[in-house]
Structures are given as C-alpha cells and as structure tokens.
Design a protein around this ligand. Structure first.
Ligand SMILES: *[C@@H]1O[C@H](CO)[C@@H](O)[C@H](O)[C@H]1NC(C)=O
Ligand SMILES: *[C@@H]1O[C@H](CO)[C@@H](O)[C@H](O)[C@H]1NC(C)=O
Ligand SMILES: *[C@@H]1O[C@H](CO)[C@@H](O)[C@H](O)[C@H]1NC(C)=O
Ligand SMILES: *[C@@H]1O[C@H](CO)[C@@H](O)[C@H](O)[C@H]1NC(C)=O
Ligand SMILES: *[C@@H]1O[C@H](CO)[C@@H](O)[C@H](O)[C@H]1NC(C)=O
Ligand SMILES: *[C@@H]1O[C@H](CO)[C@@H](O)[C@H](O)[C@H]1NC(C)=O
Ligand SMILES: *[C@@H]1O[C@H](CO)[C@@H](O)[C@H](O)[C@H]1NC(C)=O
Ligand SMILES: *[C@@H]1O[C@H](CO)[C@@H](O)[C@H](O)[C@H]1NC(C)=O
Ligand SMILES: *[C@@H]1O[C@H](CO)[C@@H](O)[C@H](O)[C@H]1NC(C)=O
Length: 540
C-alpha cells in the first residue's frame, strides 16, 4: 500500500486491478469478488455549494481531470476508500476522474439531486422532472464499477413536523431501483442520508429499511456530529445511537461526521467507529470534508494548483491507519438477515407507507394535449403560485395535490407546474359548461384549437386517474397500518399548500436561502448540519 501511494504521489502510473463492485447483504457491505466485508472509510469531496443559487453555479468535482489529478493522491494517501459527492453534472465526462479514483482504490457515493432539483422538505414532490434528473445521473454513473451507491435524498426530513416528505424520497428509491432493473444496469445500491434529529432518527431509519426489496432503501446514512473533541463511546452519544440502530436490517453508516467544535480535530471517534462496539451495527463513515472553506471543516487547503494538508488531515490519516475492524462474512450476514416492520404512525413520525406514484411523462404529455383551456405561455412561471391559489378556490384540486401523511396522491401530482395549472383551468372551464369567458383570467388562460383525442391517450389518462398509485407498487411497501390512521394534526400539505408548492420549485432555492433567524442560528450553531436543496451547509 505504502509503495503504491508513493508511486501515485510521484505522478507515475500505478498498475491497478479493476475494483470489485460492492454488494449489500443484510446490514453490511461486501466486496463482490471475495465476499469479505467492506467498511466505508470516506471523505466528502465537493466544495460547499451553500451559495449555489442555480444549477450551473456548483462545481462538479468529478468533471475536471486536472483537479482530480491534483487531489486524488491526497485522498489515497489519507487511506480512504470512498468519497461522497453532492451534486454532479450528468452531461459532463467523468471517465478520467472515475478512472483515477479506481486506480487509487476509491469508490464513489453520489447524491442524485442538485441544488435546484431535489425533493423539498416543506413542499415535497416526486415529479417527472426529478425523475429525469435522477435517472440522468444513474445513466451517467452506472457504467463505473467503483460507483458504490446513490443517495436519493439528503436531510429531506428535518424534524417531526415534516415527516410527510419521507414517502416521496422512498418513492424515488423504489423508482430508481426499478429503473436500473428495466435498463439492464447493475443493481447499484440506493439509499438516503438523514440528519441526526433526536425525535425522528429511529422511525426514519425503520421507515426507509422496511418493506419488500423493491421499495426499501439499500442502505441508510446519518449525518453525525455528536462526538466533539476528546469524547468517548459512551459519553458522545455513539453508544446510544448504536443501541438504537442495532436492529436495522440494512447497512447504516455515518454519511458525514467530524464535529469541529475543537480544532484541529483529533478524530478520536475513528477508533470507536471501527471497533467491535460499533461494527456490527455501523459500516463506517464519511468525514466532512476535504476542502477547507469558510465553514472550517477542511482537511486540506487548496490554492490554485497547490494543496496544503492541515493538522486535521494528518490526525485523520493516523487514526484511519490504526483502525482495523473485524470483518464479517457474507454468508453469516445472509443467514442472520431479518425483516423490519414499518413504523406505525406516532407523535413524531407521520409518514404513510403508501408511496406516491411513479412519475409518468406519457401521462403528463397526454394530459397536456387533451386540454382545451391552458395557461397562456406569456405567464411567468414565478406567478403560477397566485394562479394556483385562485383556481383552487374555484375548483377542487385533488388531482394535483398530495399528502404524505395519509398517503393520498393526485393522479397528476407529478406533472409539471404548467401542466397541473392548465389541467385545473381546463377543469374549471368544463365545469362552467365550456363558457369561453371561464377560460380567460384577464388573458392568462386561453383556448387551444388543436385538442388531441388520441385513443391511446384517453386510456392512459383514464387508468392514471382511476388508480394514481397503480404504477407505484405501493401495495408492497410493507405494513399499511399507519396509512390513513394519522389524525392529520401536523399535516402541512393541504391542497392549497401543495398547489402553491408545485409552482415554487423553480425558485425554491431563493425561498430556502432566506436568512435564518438568530434563534435558528443559535440552535444550529454547535455542530448541526443544515441542508438546503439537497446540499449541505454547515452553519457556524
Ligand atoms: C477481498 O477483495 C478486496 C478487493 O480486492 C481486498 O481489498 C480484500 O483484502 C479482500 N479480502 C480478503 C479477505 O481476501
Ligand atoms: C456564501 O455567501 C456568504 C454571504 O456573501 C458568505 O459570507 C459565505 O462565505 C459564502 N459561502 C461560501 C461557501 O462561499
Ligand atoms: C455540464 O457539462 C456539459 C458538458 O461538459 C456542459 O456543456 C454544461 O455546461 C455543464 N453544465 C453545468 C451546469 O455545469
Ligand atoms: C423543522 O424543520 C423545518 C424545516 O427545516 C424548520 O423550518 C423548523 O424550524 C423545524 N422545527 C423545529 C422545531 O426545529
Ligand atoms: C431489537 O429487537 C429485539 C428483539 O426483537 C427487541 O427486544 C429490542 O427491543 C429491539 N431493539 C430496538 C432498539 O428496537
Ligand atoms: C358566459 O359567462 C359570462 C360571464 O359569467 C356570462 O355573462 C354569459 O352569459 C355566459 N354565457 C353563457 C352562454 O352561459
Ligand atoms: C397545437 O398548436 C400549438 C400552437 O399552434 C402548437 O404549439 C402545438 O404543438 C399544437 N399541438 C398539437 C398536439 O398539434
Ligand atoms: C402489487 O401489485 C402488483 C400489480 O397489481 C402485483 O403484481 C404484485 O404482486 C403486488 N405485490 C404485492 C406484494 O402484493
Ligand atoms: C388526506 O389529507 C388530505 C388533506 O391533506 C385530505 O384532503 C384527504 O381527504 C385525506 N385523505 C384521506 C384518505 O384521509
């Protein structure tokens, strides 16, 4: 190992054998070539995209061969085997960086979302647009054996007030697993990365781990900042977390860790994480993060082409080098595999196991072409919210609304805001006996003269509206005990909030980026990570 490291650092070609893919068996990861256990020893590798306000303002860390050549020797020398990236450009060429990583023995776990294309905490949806984004990342990365897995969401549920977002993330997991099957790709594991919220962390893990193979998450990450400074297994909270996660039936790991309350960080938690006290339950973790930036979480500081390692880097390297976790065998794991039942609805967890339908673009296209009254193309998408408010007072908006608490999802809820708005305008127009003055709204709505009546569309639309979840295999999502039993007390998605949300996804970044109150900052200041739009922001 040491020899190979030196060679790479010297910029010479290392002769490498292809990395074996990584499999999930029960609650552990295994090398596919020899069924020996794989532990995640990772580092988050992407500049903080806190200020990314549009999708072209983040930097895909795997799209530039030069920066990969600059950084990967430092990652390899650290002794890691995984990097986490948060937002990738699915159209860019990743061959060079993925090859360099493979040569260095490093796997990649990538988030599927992007700053402006993610499942939103307070107005969740699983749409045709998101489906396309997620599948585009999979189309790009499935070809690499050193893709370890994908995150279908990152801290989407943040606390007990927004657990209704969870079914949307789980639907994304279900649909990406199916997409890989249908495309003939390898079954690359798909999971979720949660925050560490005291009230929701256990039911959340159970929610994602429960159910049949075709719906459950393949692994579960939790962003863990509980061990600060010179702590211990018992006083850090790690012991309690390990007990809480002891029955989880899928691999769990720290999708971020490394509290920076005391710097330089000593990373004494590494010994605990890879010790027998934790390895039966946890599969390692990912240190936040490579780049030193304003938020003070870096291992190295980068200036142009030059990289300087910080004390944190050396400390982490030393700790990782002395971690030698015991390895389980896949056959033993397989023999002890169990199933988990889904959490029932409870005070801090209200998320239906009935999942949203699979977004179907054909349905939306048929819908669009079947409508007579549509939103005029002159209307700015930023103004759709007002129209939803108006039209939902005039007609019932069930077909476009969703409620992840009680598991009701309108047949067209996954279509674009434009299609949904036109659907409602047309519905109202028909309810007014097609009086042309009901399709006007001061010129914002207009009548089309070329309405399609293709019979294939008619049957597709009628089957979609008859059974919105028919395409969603929501029947197989495990216990349905919770569905419909929640009182709806904390429901935040009435039809009006859901409809305004459907229009807000375009500017959600701006909405979310509003300054936090000082109280919020105070709450978060110790060590929390806060996630917006699928990317992490560390607040100091
Ligand atoms: C299994 O294969 C991996 C990858 O080649 C290797 O790193 C590991 O040492 C092997 N384990 C055993 C027990 O041979
Ligand atoms: C984001 O913008 C704020 C305000 O301009 C600035 O203070 C902060 O350092 C920026 N963060 C990053 C990671 O660039
Ligand atoms: C993504 O990569 C493509 C191809 O290199 C490039 O044309 C495009 O500008 C990139 N998009 C972003 C958002 O960086
Ligand atoms: C719950 O999360 C939401 C969204 O992230 C946030 O606005 C709210 O303040 C949080 N509530 C509590 C009690 O932390
Ligand atoms: C784990 O499962 C065992 C056996 O079913 C049960 O007794 C125990 O309470 C469970 N632990 C947790 C933390 O759920
Ligand atoms: C259409 O609606 C307008 C405005 O409400 C009304 O004045 C008109 O009589 C209606 N026309 C028909 C044919 O009902
Ligand atoms: C209907 O007409 C509009 C405007 O002329 C055009 O953009 C659209 O493609 C046409 N749709 C069909 C289904 O022909
Ligand atoms: C779910 O429904 C589909 C289609 O009706 C059916 O093929 C499948 O067997 C069902 N799954 C379960 C677990 O009932
Ligand atoms: C689910 O909740 C919504 C409000 O969010 C309500 O309109 C709908 O009737 C409820 N559905 C069921 C089956 O309880």
């Amino acid at each position: 190992m040491q020899f190979k490291t030196l060679l790479s650092l010297a910029g010479l070609l290392s002769t490498s054998v292809a990395l074996p893919t990584i499999d999930v068996v029960s609650n552990k990861f295994f090398y596919s070539n020899n069924a020996s256990q794989f532990y995640v020893k990772g580092v988050a590798y992407q500049k903080n995209t806190e200020n990314a306000t549009s999708d072209d303002s983040y930097v895909d860390p795997l799209a530039d061969e030069e920066t990969c050549k600059r950084d990967i020797p430092y990652l390899e020398n650290l002794g890691i085997n995984v990097i986490r990236v948060y937002a990738v450009n699915a159209s860019a060429d990743h061959d060079a960086c993925m090859q360099l990583l493979e040569d260095a023995g490093i796997y990649v776990i990538s988030d599927l979302s992007a700053p402006e294309e993610s499942i939103q905490t307070t107005s969740p949806s699983w749409t045709v647009d998101l489906y396309k984004r997620y599948t585009s990342v999979i189309d790009m990365f499935h070809q690499y054996d050193n893709i370890l897995g994908f995150f279908a969401g990152n801290e989407v549920v943040t606390n007990s007030s927004n657990t209704d977002a969870a079914p949307f993330v789980k639907a994304a997991i279900r649909d990406m697993k199916q997409y890989m099957k249908d495309s003939g790709y390898r079954d690359i594991p798909v999971g979720y990365s949660a925050n560490d919220d005291s009230k929701t962390r256990v039911p959340s893990a159970d929610f994602f781990a429960c159910g049949d193979d075709d719906v459950k998450a393949d692994f579960y990450g939790i962003n863990m900042y509980e061990w600060c400074g010179d702590s211990s297994f018992s006083s850090s909270g790690y012991e309690d977390r390990t007990k809480e996660f002891s029955n989880l039936t899928i691999p769990a790991f720290f999708s971020e860790y490394g509290c920076n309350a005391h710097r330089p960080r000593q990373f004494t938690e590494v010994q605990a994480l890879y010790s027998d006290e934790m390895t039966d339950v946890w599969s390692g973790g990912i240190v936040y993060m490579y780049f030193e930036e304003e938020n003070d979480y870096g291992l190295v500081s980068v200036n142009g082409n030059s990289v300087s390692t910080l004390d944190d880097y050396d400390n982490l390297k030393t700790e990782l080098a002395s971690a030698s976790p015991t390895t389980a065998s896949a056959s033993a794991a397989s023999a002890s595999a169990t199933e988990l039942s889904c959490p029932t609805s409870q005070t801090n967890w209200k998320a239906s196991t009935d999942l949203p339908p699979t977004p179907n673009d054909d349905v939306c296209e048929c819908l669009e072409s079947s409508l007579s009254c549509v939103i005029d193309s002159s209307v700015d998408e930023d103004d759709y919210g007002d129209f939803f408010g108006t039209i939902c007072d005039l007609t019932n908006c069930d077909e476009i609304s969703t409620d992840g608490n009680n598991g009701t999802y309108g047949a067209y809820s996954y279509c674009s805001a434009k299609d949904k708005l036109s659907f409602l305008l047309n519905k109202y127009y028909e309810e007014q006996d097609k009086n042309s003055s009901a399709c006007d709204f001061s010129g914002s709505a207009s009548l089309k003269d070329n309405v399609s009546t293709a019979s294939s569309c008619a049957s597709l639309l009628s089957s979609a509206s008859a059974s919105p979840s028919a395409t969603g295999s929501s029947n197989s999502s495990g216990s349905s005990g919770s569905s419909g039993s929640s009182s709806g007390s904390s429901s935040s998605s009435s039809s009006s909030s859901s409809s305004s949300s459907s229009s807000s996804s375009k500017n959600a970044g701006a909405v979310n980026a509003s300054p936090l109150s000082s109280a919020q900052l105070g709450l978060l200041s110790l060590f929390s990570t806060f996630f917006l739009g699928g990317l992490s922001y560390i607040l100091i």
